[in-house]
Design a protein around this ligand. Sequence first.
Ligand SMILES: C[S@@+](CC[C@H](N)C(=O)[O-])C[C@H]1O[C@@H](n2cnc3c(N)ncnc32)[C@H](O)[C@@H]1O
Length: 246
Amino acid sequence: MPREWDAKTYDSLPLPHLQWGRRVLGGLDLTGKETVLDAGCGTGRDTAALLDLVPDGRVIAADGSKRMLEQLRVRLADRLDRVEVIEADLTQPLPLEGEVDAIVSVATFHWITDHASLFANLARTLRPGGRFVAECGGLGNVAQVSAAIEEVIGEQEKVWYFAGVEETRERLEQAGFTDIEVSLRPDPARFEPGEQLWSFLATVILGSHLDRMPEAEHEQFVKAVAARLPEPVVDYVRLEISATRA
Ligand SMILES: C[S@@+](CC[C@H](N)C(=O)[O-])C[C@H]1O[C@@H](n2cnc3c(N)ncnc32)[C@H](O)[C@@H]1O
């Protein structure tokens, strides 16, 4: 099952996700009447933007974290009439009636290791001709952060999966997508050293590592990782996907 997130701290941070979300939504061509699935919606920033893009449509907001979805309900309190909020694991069949017209996803798929099942599951949810636009951490993502983690606690069981272009293209084809475009975009994000960097690392990047250690060790671990970065920069590399359901 997906892990829990500190949704309130997440929303207080300067998130590069804002820009990633804008890019993903910019890849949609909507009439305004569609039903769109936000897969891994988190606290609903892009769900809100999607509601503006489909004034006569609906958005299905799916995520595996209760706390992210609670925060989404607060954010969208006066707009929930056009939102279906679903707590779900994206690798499992989604409890939806009928197919959606489009799927978007931002900063989520690298938390899921089985992309073949993920894409097959999403393809089953999307109507033929429907658009799928997504982005997530891709091959080479956060390499300096990973090296810093390894320096601090040694080699660990992988908590992320950073896929490359060709393997992703093949998986999308196998899952029943066409018009496939996949690319990698280096996109480093700079933070203020100290509190801001620590909070970002703890909340957005190191959560799975922290889940596995006693709380008393959290602060020391986060600071040790930050101290080993050459600069207060997270070396993001984004995998960008667009495709159409055949
Ligand atoms: C970094 S957050 C991104 C949230 C949002 N899309 C954004 O851009 O702010 C990753 C999200 O993926 C969700 N997630 C990770 N694995 C998942 C899974 N297997 N099923 C459903 N949601 C998952 C997490 O709960 C979290 O809300």
